[in-house]
Design a protein around this ligand. Sequence first.
Ligand SMILES: Cc1cc2nc3c(=O)[nH]c(=O)nc-3n(C[C@H](O)[C@H](O)[C@H](O)COP(=O)(O)OP(=O)(O)OC[C@H]3O[C@@H](n4cnc5c(N)ncnc54)[C@H](O)[C@@H]3O)c2cc1C
Length: 248
Amino acid sequence: MRVAREARNTRVISKKLLTPNMVRLTLGGDDLENFPEGYEGGYIKVVVESTGTGIVSRSFTVREFDPEQLCLVIDMVAHGDHGPASRWAGQVRVNDEVNILGPGACKRLNQEADWFLLAGDMTALPAISVNLEILPENARGYAVLEVIDPGDQIELNAPKGLEVVWVRNDDPLRAPSPISDTVKNLVWLEGQASTWVAGEFDTSRSLRQYFRHERKIHRDFMYVSCYWKIGDTDEGMKVAKKNDSEAW
Ligand SMILES: Cc1cc2nc3c(=O)[nH]c(=O)nc-3n(C[C@H](O)[C@H](O)[C@H](O)COP(=O)(O)OP(=O)(O)OC[C@H]3O[C@@H](n4cnc5c(N)ncnc54)[C@H](O)[C@@H]3O)c2cc1C
């Protein structure tokens, strides 16, 4: 996954608890003047300090970008102090400076299909929200969404024929996530499916295998990505992905 490494210096212009386990940051500043439009659902990298390694960057989805107001919204899962980005999100204040890189590619759902299946945990909620918003009104299928707390169920702008299935996992660090079994137990619809999945490494891996081997979904209709890995930093996840026998 390559990211255009254009660096921009921004400031936090607002910070709020969107839901019990999700922090919404709005970033602003003149450096966003040349931020490209149409990258909602793509990602930026937020540069944060890390004890030990100095500076690291972590990926977060562009939830909204307003080219007139020059502000960009990201929603970050508050998963405690054990990751530099999560720690930073807990401590950052309005007016603090933030360096960002990107944006990186938007991997959107292939819309040339008969029905759609989206799934993910809270890290994927921003990207899934964008994908649901741009589906045609008559789209049908499912969105299987894992939240830590019922209060994390955000309002979605999804087509009426798309069933939203919320699953609860109050400890995302305890594998397996209920997402894979929930997806595998769905009534498989007729016609060409288009799938979009992101979240924890093992869950995404298991769904990738399911779609590829059991449902025979062609890769043109399948986007499955890992956004984080239990027990590994972002850097560790990338190594695991590279060394995985199952191609990503
Ligand atoms: C393209 C892309 C888009 C993404 N978009 C978003 C987004 O919009 N919002 C968002 O919140 N995340 C998003 N992520 C995931 C985010 O980048 C990772 O969760 C990242 O690991 C967080 O960095 P960190 O410094 O907090 O933790 P790291 O230093 O990477 O990891 C430290 C520890 O925290 C654990 N950890 C990491 N993430 C989580 C988590 N979510 N829950 C529980 N434990 C965790 C790890 O297992 C590890 O033990 C995205 C990832 C990608 C690749």
